[in-house]
Write a protein that binds this ligand. Structure first.
Ligand code: CP
Ligand code: NVA
Length: 301
């Protein structure tokens, strides 16, 4: 099994959440002698360190590869890289600009492939966000309002929410809506799970009745050349105290890194409603569960 889209985890969500909760309380060294190769084409703090620490704690090992220091940089193909690495390691994680690169890696790799963020999705983030919501709310019978860019995190949140049956309202400026194909898939899942999906341009409408407000940066990695236009287009989409007050004491989430003063104010990020560091911590526990499942074939601990 690969985790390229959050939808790939659909059938295993309950197992992953149960194992995550156990691993958060107690470590299980169940991946002795297993190795994870991690290829990064973009910067990372949380994903890199949580995966590396996860492999260490599980008794295995992680190898960090900066894509520019591999033969990929000199033109070796993804399919050759996939087939070579598959003979050395037990799993490959890739953070890439192009989602298609992770799909191609998954197609040629004989070991599980994990998407560590692409332009289209960030499944590890949302897997852990869903676990965090379950921890705090004890149920997915809540509404999440996502305010900001309809980006990779937003796409995975749409899929994840619709799979678990959580209502989601996305407020984004015109032209920055989530991916159409993802939205189509999310609506299909929502039909089954009963989740409500709303896409609006109005942040106040999105946060009304929401138990959770979530945001992410306005300028994602690789979009630096669009910064000027983006800062102009998103200026009314800041998660600030005034917006938060429109909901009744909602939890505030952010995948981090945050740009304080842009998509979220310092005041809101540091407020008692903010659970961003619990959210960040859970990346470790949930990825440990994911690694148990993918690299160890373990569904229960
Ligand atoms: N949230 C997240 O993926 O953070 P990093 O970019 O630091 O890995
Ligand atoms: N949307 C952000 C998420 C960072 C974790 C980006 O792609 O840069």
């Amino acid at each position: 099994m690969n985790l390229i889209s959050i939808a790939d985890a659909e059938k295993n969500l309950e197992n992953i959440f149960e194992m995550s909760a156990k691993l958060k309380k107690k470590n299980f060294k169940v991946l002795n002698e297993k190795t994870l190769a991690m290829i990064f084409e973009k910067p990372s703090t949380r994903t890199r360190v949580s995966f590396e620490a996860a492999m260490t704690q599980l008794g295995g090992h992680a190898i960090y590869l900066d894509r520019t220091n591999t033969q990929l940089k000199r033109g070796e193909t993804i399919k050759d890289t996939a087939r070579t690495l598959s003979r050395y390691v037990d799993g490959i994680m890739l953070r890439a600009n192009e989602h298609e690169d992770v799909v191609e890696l998954g197609g040629y790799s004989t070991v599980p492939v994990i998407n560590g963020l692409t332009d289209l999705e960030h499944p590890c983030q949302v897997l852990s966000d869903l676990f965090t919501i379950k921890e705090f709310k004890n149920s997915f019978n809540v509404k999440l309002a996502y305010v900001g860019d309809g980006n990779n995190v937003c796409n995975s949140l749409l899929l994840g929410s619709s799979i678990v049956g959580m209502d989601i309202s996305v407020a984004c400026p015109k032209g920055y809506e989530p991916d159409e194909e993802i939205l189509r898939k999310a609506k299909k899942y929502a039909k089954k799970s009963g989740a409500d999906i709303e896409i609006t341009a109005d942040p106040a409408a999105a946060v009304t009745g929401a138990e959770i407000i979530y945001t992410d940066v306005w300028v994602s990695m690789g979009q630096e050349s669009e910064e000027k236009n983006r800062l102009r287009d998103f200026k009314n989409y800041q998660v600030n105290a005034k917006l938060v007050r429109k909901a009744s004491s909602p939890l505030v989430m952010h995948c981090l890194p945050a740009k304080r003063g842009l998509e979220i104010t310092d005041e809101v990020l540091e407020s008692k409603n903010s659970i961003v560091f619990e959210q960040a911590e859970n990346r470790l526990h949930v990825q440990k569960a994911l690694l148990c499942l993918l690299l160890g074939g373990i569904k229960k601990l």
